[in-house]
Design a protein around this ligand. Structure first.
Ligand code: GLN
Length: 189
């Protein structure tokens, strides 16, 4: 399966390694043509305002929306989740807006800039999932089409809508490949 990792800024190398470990052929995406033959695209964590501006400047934003409409799946982690949201609390930054979610940035508060948690995600199987949160957002509200897969302290941190999957945390910084495998299974079905 050929997958892309958006490689403009942020933790893209770790995603590439994880996807390769799961058996995918991986391209680091920096230009629109590279999206043409991908089954799926991962948008990494980093700084969502920077990644969004670069997506616009390099002609990637519109092209990702077009490729999503023609069947490509997308998995967004952290900043990637922010970029997939229709609405971002108190921000008009550029975004793909493909998921019917309202996302709050840096949402877990100053005391909790960064923390780890073990999540139970029935959809991924019985093994607990180690989740690393770094200045993480959460999903404040989700529309009726959105499937909520996990919460932390009552806040939505994994969600799916059609071919879009988002996590507020960074599975690529752990050795747990559950989320990447789930994304690849999602693209096969
Ligand atoms: N706080 C970052 C943002 O708002 C996201 C942090 C991350 O991706 N780890 O873009």
């Amino acid at each position: 399966m050929k997958l892309g990792v958006l490689a403009l800024q942020g933790a893209f190398r770790e995603h590439r390694l994880m996807l390769e470990h799961c058996g995918a052929d991986v391209v680091e995406v920096r230009s629109p043509e590279q999206l043409d033959d991908l089954a799926g695209l991962v948008i990494p964590g980093g700084e969502s305002t920077t990644i969004g501006k670069m997506m616009v400047r390099w002609g990637l934003l519109g092209k990702i929306q077009v490729r999503y409409a023609s069947g490509m799946g997308i998995y967004g982690t952290c900043a990637g989740m922010i970029l997939l949201a229709k609405e971002i609390v108190d921000s008009d930054q550029p975004r793909l807006g493909l998921m019917d979610i309202v996302v709050k940035r840096n949402a877990f508060g100053r005391q909790r800039e960064s923390f780890e948690a073990d999540l139970q995600v029935p959809e991924f199987g019985p093994e607990p999932l180690r989740a690393v949160f770094i200045r993480a957002p959460y999903v404040q509200t989700a529309g009726p089409e959105v499937q909520v897969l996990a919460k932390v302290n009552g806040k939505i941190v994994i969600a799916r809508q059609g071919r879009c999957l988002v996590t507020a945390f960074h599975p690529e910084l752990t050795n747990s490949d559950q989320v990447h495998r789930y994304f690849m299974k999602m693209l096969k079905n």
